[in-house]
Design a protein. Sequence first.
Length: 509
Amino acid sequence: MHEVTPSASTTAGRVTGASHRDVVRFLGVPYAGSTAGPRRLRPPVPPDPWNGERDCTRHGAICPQVILPEGLSVFPDLSGRGRPQSEDCLAVDVYTPAADGALRPTVVWLHGGAFVSGSAGCPLYDGSSFARDGVVFVGVNYRLHGLGYLYLDELFGLPGAGNCGLADQVAALIWVHDNIAAFGGDPDQVTVVGESAGAMSAATLLAVPAARGLFRRIVALSGAAHHNLLPESAERVARRVLERAAVPIGDHDALAAVPAATIAAVAQQVAFMDAEELLVGEHAGVRTVFAPVVDGGLVPRRAIDAVVAGSSDGVDAVIATCADEYRVFIWGLPEPLRSMVPPPDPTAYFRTTERDPATVVAAYQSNRPGAGQLDVAAAIAGDAVFGIPAVRLLEAKAGRGDRVWAHEMAWPTPVLDGSLGACHGLDLPFLFDDLGHPGFVGPEPPQAVADDLHGLCVRFASGGDPNGGRLPPWRVYDSASRSVMRLHETSGVVHDPRAAERIVWEGTW
């Protein structure tokens, strides 16, 4: 019997996909046009229409980036290694039970990578497990580093250049709104799910007027709404990138002539070598020199401030962290790279506040008898970058009357003799119900944790409530109970975990 090739119509033309194990995949579907040449560092535009049917059975190109050699981390490769790189990279990967016009809940996935690396098409981000469970999954490629977040608004008179990557995400959401019904999805039941930089993006979208009404819910894993740069910091970063790339300020021809690979390499150098110098004061906790910029245009104000003022009223959320976020950035690196990376400085987050850093260190030390100085510094850094911003976003959303839930990845990976704990990114294989990564999760990771994390995300996207499955009853977060679901082999709710550590951050940025 001849198998029918799945196809769907988009606003730019028809596309064909492929079926695999009861999941239909449409890969590399353009949602915007090329950003090469005269479109570099400009807002995205709709894709050029095409005639006939476009073959969308293979992943498209990824945003130009530095692909680090294998073996530099226990982290699974999330880059799209081996794929072509191009500034014509704005495409989505759609996984659906069927392109049949049914109105299914839809997840829009924003990948992480510190805004300098990553792609939607890496093997771990295969959305088949979501499609298997009745959810249409859309992975988004967006511009990165100096191609996506180089603030040249004043230096080159390029308004919006500092938020091209975020503008790409808005364009992808518009594409979903206009097209996803043809792929079996419901444009009125969209949940944005992101991890790390993707979660920071999802939380920032809560403050973007252009994104209002394009999604109903967010799931933010290890990233919240504090991760925006103010123009003065973003301009310092841009000046350093231009300096390293030998581009004079205001020289548009020189900027256009720089190969994309050079911009990626220079941006990587700035991100890894210059962050401590360039990010000071209230930006110390951002920890990435490339991030959405409060440019007064796409992002009118810092996302957390906008949420407090009501910019995301009515958008429910699940906000999550890992119990030992920062440990992978220390113990997850092999020698000699580990010895080249300076240990986190717990005082850096308090230099522009009235808080005595020694008080903070003492509070963390008292909760960790016998912990070494580096362990304490890692715990403080993890809260500065991930934990406390998550609490602030939870409090802001709950304070507006939105339904918001908190959970924490608490299961520790046994790899590297257990030194990583429940580290940053450990939740990814469980979210995608893909536990075949023994170098990161060990040889026998608990399927129960995947059932819990993947299941709560599917239920939240499908009906707006993560409760169900094996999980015990899980209340919404509020300032009285501070209920947090701890995901472990036996998951359970705790109230105000590590309260003493949370309290020492009160009154800081």
